[in-house]
Design a protein around this ligand. Structure first.
Ligand SMILES: [Zn+2]
Length: 498
């Protein structure tokens, strides 16, 4: 028998139902074959973990394609279809033993509320029911019955902020190989909880820390083969939005029903505690004016590109400009027109232009006058990590605009600024600033910990956790928008061990 092979590939993007800017092909980092493998090997990414686990088992990995983009509006249908067709063509060639899908799980297209489920169904139609197929998802995935019925095991990140991308890829790969070798017959106990976590949902703090510890103890004791607790992306107006607890046992009589029901009940019981509060922007800027030993790295909670926001809210910029005593500060804004205007004016030019606020629902465009300090048509970044350490991405056109003590980093695409290298690649050293604004709520706190003091700030906007301000319809009822009775119940699904 020849060397075993795993087919790995897919698409990863987190969508926001209320972001009107579609995510097009130009926003994706698309890699395939040897280039995808070389790019991911050794990195703390899902594919990096898949490659590690496969190498240890002397299994070859083939990557027909991998599409990755930052969060944003729904992904254009044609982009999803292109990726799906490449994977399905590869599946039809059939020269592999298992499929492991590195996906996000929280994506939308204009016509699909569960594209990941649609991808799995399309692959299953080609492979038949017996080929092992597993998937690795972000903790903020929207899990659906179609996904649970179609893949043999779904592993989600266990950490928020996310630091276990590689480990999650390894879990999904190990499961596929264990099924292949006959060591694993997964049986799933799955429970859906109709609620959102809204801000107090770090896994290194209570209440999620305790829940994750119970899940981990069950796996370590052998009571379960794998457990994931999914805290759904909050801005998906889709049927069945909410939390999922997935506990997999090994063998027909081994379903960890009691564990799944218990964790789900605990999530519900803690629903009020999972709603967080943040310091105000004013309190943070008061401190910055006094001078802080390290830069203040502020997460603009209301317009997090990491949560699918447009990244063009001027709310923080307005506040920075109102305080001339602040130390040097930098705030990023998505604004393709302003980038073009700066490029047309040229380096060193003095310009008056309107920036930001084109899509943000709370902070209108702002007219500013300043100097073009830097320009570029592309930039290349490599994440410092620890999250996604080593991940490489190409950024598009940008301009750095100086407004006295405040610098505005204008880009033609939205970015999350999860890692300091975003700023360095575009000419700003975040370690030398007094205030640095990122478009992330949590994840930046891992990769900026060495740069400064990380604070998530209570700001308004499309990704604010004030979900009562958003026009949810399809996803309702869910807590906290709706008060309801709830008792955890096991979800019925197809079982391989049946
Ligand atoms: Zn996430």
């Amino acid at each position: 028998m020849g060397r075993r092979r795993i087919l790995a590939g897919g698409i990863a993007q987190e969508s926001h139902s209320f972001n009107p800017v579609p995510t097009g092909r130009e926003r994706f980092n698309i890699q395939s074959g040897a280039a995808a493998i070389a790019g991911a090997r050794g990195s703390n990414s899902l594919l990096g973990g898949i490659l590690d686990a496969a190498a240890e088992a002397d299994v070859e990995v083939i990557v027909p394609t991998l599409f990755r983009a930052q969060s944003g509006g729904p992904v254009e249908d044609a982009v999803f279809a292109e990726m799906r067709d490449i994977l399905c063509d590869a599946a039809r060639r059939g020269d592999f033993d298992a499929i492991v899908l590195p996906l996000h799980g929280g994506m939308l297209t204009p016509t699909l509320h569960d594209p990941e489920g649609a991808l799995m169904t399309a692959l299953r139609a080609i492979t038949g029911p017996d080929l092992p197929m597993t998937a690795a998802f972000d903790l903020h995935a929207h899990v659906t019955p179609e996904i649970l019925d179609t893949c043999d095991l779904l592993a989600g990140y266990l950490t928020n902020p996310h630091g276990d991308q590689g480990a999650t890829g390894r879990r999904a790969t190990r499961a596929a190989l264990d099924i292949l070798s006959g060591r694993l017959r997964p049986v799933l106990s799955a429970v859906h909880v109709p609620m959102l976590t809204l801000g107090n949902d770090r896994t290194d703090e209570e209440p999620l820390q305790g829940l994750q510890a119970r899940a981990r103890a069950a796996v370590e004791s052998g009571a379960a083969y794998d457990v994931s607790i999914f805290n759904a992306q909050q801005f998906l107006d889709v049927p069945g939005l909410g939390q999922w607890v997935l506990a997999y046992g090994n063998g027909r009589d081994a379903a960890p029903d009691a564990l799944a029901l218990d964790l789900a009940q605990s999530l519900w019981d803690q629903r009020r505690a999972l709603i967080g509060t943040y310091p105000s922007l004013d309190s943070c800027l008061d401190r910055a004016e006094q001078g802080t030993p390290r830069p203040l790295i502020l997460g603009d909670q209301g317009d997090r590109v990491a949560g699918g926001g447009p990244g063009d809210s001027t709310h923080v910029l307005r506040a920075l400009l109102a305080r001339p005593k602040l130390p040097p500060s930098v705030v990023p804004l998505t604004d393709p027109e302003a980038v073009r205007a700066c490029h047309a004016a040229g380096q060193g030019a003095r310009v008056t232009l309107t920036v930001g606020g084109r899509h943000s629902t709370v902070a209108p465009p702002l007219e500013v006058t300043g100097e073009v300090l830097g320009l570029g048509t592309e930039a290349h970044i490599t994440y410092d990590g620890p999250a996604d350490a080593g991940y490489k991405a190409r950024l598009g056109a940008y301009a750095l605009l100086g407004l006295g003590n405040v610098q505005v980093l204008l880009t033609d695409q939205p970015y999350s600024y999860l890692d300091p290298d975003y700023f360095r690649a575009m000419g700003v050293d975040p370690a030398r600033m007094g205030v640095v604004v990122t478009r992330s709520g949590y994840h930046f706190t891992l990769n900026f910990a060495a740069t400064g003091e990380c604070i998530t700030v209570d700001t308004p906007g499309m990704t604010s956790y004030r979900v009562q301000e958003l026009p949810f319809t399809v996803a309702r009822p869910f807590f906290p928008l709706d008060e309801m009775d709830f008792a955890p119940a096991l979800h019925a699904h197809r079982s391989r061990a049946g």
